[in-house]
Design a protein around this ligand. Sequence first.
Ligand SMILES: Cc1cc2nc3c(=O)[nH]c(=O)nc-3n(C[C@H](O)[C@H](O)[C@H](O)COP(=O)(O)O)c2cc1C
Length: 340
Amino acid sequence: MLNLNGLEINTRVFIAPMAGVTDYPYRQILREFGAGVLFTEMVSSQGLIQGNRRTENLIEINHEKPGIIGVQLFGDDPSIMAEAAILVAEKHRPDLLDINMGCPARKVVSTGAGAALMQDPKQAGRITRAVAKAVKLPVTVKIRLGWDSSKLTAARVVDRVLEAGAAAVTVHGRTREQFYSGQADWQAITEIASSTSASIIGNGDIFTAEDARRMLETTGCQAVMLARGVQGNPWLVKTSLSLVDKGQQIPGPTIEERISQALDHLQRAIDYYGQERAVPLMRKHLSWYIKGLPHAARIRDRINKLTEPPSIQNLLLNYQQALIEDREQHFKQYLQDLKN
Ligand SMILES: Cc1cc2nc3c(=O)[nH]c(=O)nc-3n(C[C@H](O)[C@H](O)[C@H](O)COP(=O)(O)O)c2cc1C
């Protein structure tokens, strides 16, 4: 369907890079839910060439499982970005490299990287050219609409990075100033997609399979990228793929499945990081898995006080049981009401 400089991609649903979220354990889960294209969390080019172990650990790739994986780099210096790209390509053998031009965090933009590049389309082009020349892999770029609503530079940045050798551009329909607030501007994505024959991947506010289908249909982009929608909800990958590829709506998870998946994720994180690191990292994931379920806020507060995995696991199992019993009770009541 999509061809990125020779790399065939047969899905129109990508999963976004998300720092602190799409780590190695969660990427394995997303793969098992059908994700064909995944990205690492953003990785500092500077950290990589300085040999920072923690930075490089973000890149671990499971080559045994089929599927496309991109490593996302950030940085402001073309030669450091090129050096980091070579290191990643040789040592980790991803399928593609992505350049972050959207991160709004102060500590990133203050160095001239991430969304700061939206203010300097020429530099965005220089960085892309340096990376694209350094490696044989396809290079993609992920951008925002601009710095703020008075500086909507996306179209210029898209021109520059494509001219510099980018194989596709992901457009997150927000400005840096918006961070993650407000609504993503899909109309702006439509305008960019219609102004180029290159592949544009649309991103922003896909929370349901129907959102994914609608973004593809209304914006004319070649693929969509799921982000916060998959937090605590890997089922969004499956439901979106089914709707987009086959036009079929499939049901989301049951309560049992949500809690079981939370437990499975916790176990994988413990196996990967060890319990001391896993527990604090997993708190946000666990709260996302139970979001919207009865009394979720109280359960989350309780989880946040626990430090030992067995206590968290017990709490989740008891919660699961209580939810099932509560549902059975409601059902009994319903049958009783029918009789009366
Ligand atoms: C916790 C979190 C971490 C993120 N980390 C990255 C990142 O490392 N690289 C990147 O390009 N975008 C990152 N993003 C942005 C997302 O990839 C995506 O562009 C954004 O969330 C908009 O999509 P959404 O509205 O569907 O969430 C992050 C977003 C969140 C919420």
